[in-house]
Design a protein around this ligand. Sequence first.
Ligand SMILES: [Fe+2]
Length: 354
Amino acid sequence: MSKRILVVDDERMITTTLSTLIQTVLKHNVTAFNDPVLALESEELERQQVDLIISDFMMPGMNGLEFFKNVKKKSPNTVSILLTGYADKENAIKSINEVGLYYYLEKPWDNGSLIKIVQNGLDKKELSDSLAQKYQELRESNREIARLYELLKMDFQQEVDNVKSLIISLANVIEAKDKYTDGHTRRVGIISKEIALKMGMSLEKANHVEMAGIIHDIGKVGVSEMILNKTGKLTEEEFEIMKRHTIVGETICKPLNCLQGCLDAVRHHHEKLNGTGYPDGLSGDEITLESRILAVADIFDALYSQRPYRDKLSLEKARQILLEDTERGCLDKVVVKTFFDLLDKDQLTDIIGH
Ligand SMILES: [Fe+2]
């Protein structure tokens, strides 16, 4: 492809010779200037369309080094070749880095060498132009990747939120089946989260505990309304069916990535420290803190709500039963104490009422 070259020298003879030589041998477009100021103002330089410039050093008004400094400001990628007389050679060498000279040639030049240097300079420019273009393309594709990644992240978060909403809706359906538990799961979720945070759990874990509180009884979807709402004591068989809600709940939540942090508490919220709970009869340290917290919140809210088999208990009575359960070795005493602290400081009044 034809390149654009400027030759700048105050001697018309030199610009004519150079132009003719380059046009003849290399077949590129050459424009000659006998005044460096006019060359600087040229349209092709303004538009950064000049591939290479050969300039004389000694010129009236502006020497070659100053000229190239100005060129660099306008068109940083243009290749610059300086023509010097022998006397100016030292100055030219010193300034090579300063103005980013590609080459300097002594007058009188050898035509063959000059053509070779010009051709090499043009090759270098072509390479750096193509590298710059590749770099630009890479930056653009990186920007595009970053944009797509953000979109994907948003989509993913939306999907996670949708799944969570769906699960919460399902938990609400269960609650609607069990007419005595209106608002129970929401309260258990919030109470559990408050206890978790007060015990120093990270916000991320506390959020899992809250979610576990909301969905802990989701397995009751498999329990008939007759059993859920029975006012009398459950038969052994009915109790066995009721106990399965912990395992069914875990099975429902297991395939969902966003609920992995809740699975343990969903399965084990009816375990007791002394090993008398269900479904696995875990004891002591086998029961995670998340499950211990959920157990306290769940039992409290059940005591402090209307139930098929009894009226809502007073706050004092509910607290007393929790203490008794703790003394019997069912509940974690630190969790219960933390919960009582929250109650004493009225930090749960908005959730449980008075
Ligand atoms: Fe439960």
